[in-house]
Design a protein around this ligand. Structure first.
Ligand code: URA
Ligand code: SF4
Length: 214
């Protein structure tokens, strides 16, 4: 796995990055996927949100968070007072990882090597957007942004300084200081035994983000 670095242009705006990402061969995940799913939203956003990786719907449509998890995220954001079109929404890994089971494609979480390979794209997005606030949705995003020992369950719902020492080595280049807020992934809410409670906790965390931006 060579990693994405060689495919990331040094200059160019987010639209140029999105085009360049179509050609990325930084890890093996590009091959079985339909297409790359780059970040989307407001290039001037004050808030950048990071998920895990595109799912089945996202892989087909080429847009982040357009499937079931995306619908849940939309409603949680709306309830928290965060407009989806006012943020830059992206993923730690830009290609869908799956296993085929008959006609179905089952999501497989990316491993740490995929996250590391893909991180130059995330770093480039952070450099271009220069957000004040970064929201990590779930453990994969939390570790992509804050290192392998980061625990979303322990750190969720509070504003943390970013990059801290653990994060500084992860994103090279000129990334300005921001605050980091971690919460659970919307898919974890969908899988939860107590969906209502898990959803309310996600909304409460996102309210902390909305308040930080108000
Ligand atoms: N889950 C994610 O983490 N990202 C998406 O874009 C869709 C589902
Ligand atoms: Fe490149 Fe990331 Fe896709 Fe791997 S997952 S090919 S590093 S864009």
């Amino acid at each position: 796995r060579p990693g994405a670095r060689a495919w990331v242009p040094a200059d160019g705006d987010l639209a140029a990055l999105a085009v360049a990402a179509e050609g990325c061969r930084g890890c093996e995940l590009y091959a079985p996927a339909t297409q790359v799913v780059f970040g989307a939203g407001d290039p001037g956003a004050r808030c950048l949100m990071v998920g895990e990786q595109p799912g089945d719907r996202e892989d087909v449509e080429g847009e982040p968070f357009v499937g079931p998890a995306g619908r849940l995220l939309d409603s949680a954001m709306a309830e928290a007072g965060l407009a989806r079109d006012s943020v830059w929404l992206t993923n730690a890994v830009k290609h869908f990882r799956f296993t085929e089971r008959g006609k179905r494609r089952l999501h497989r979480s990316p491993d740490a090597g995929h996250v590391t390979a893909c991180r130059p794209w995330l770093a480039a997005e952070l450099e271009r957007v220069r957000p004040e606030l970064i929201v990590a949705l779930g453990a994969v995003a939390g570790r992509a942004l804050a290192g392998p020992s980061f625990r979303v369950t322990k750190e969720r719902g509070v504003l943390l300084p970013w990059p801290d020492r653990a994060a500084r080595g992860l994103v090279a280049g000129d990334v300005p200081a921001a605050q980091l807020l971690a919460t659970v992934h919307p898919s974890a809410v969908l899988r939860s035994d107590d969906r209502e409670t898990a959803y309310a906790a996600l909304v409460a965390d996102l309210r902390v983000a909305a308040d930080a931006l108000s």
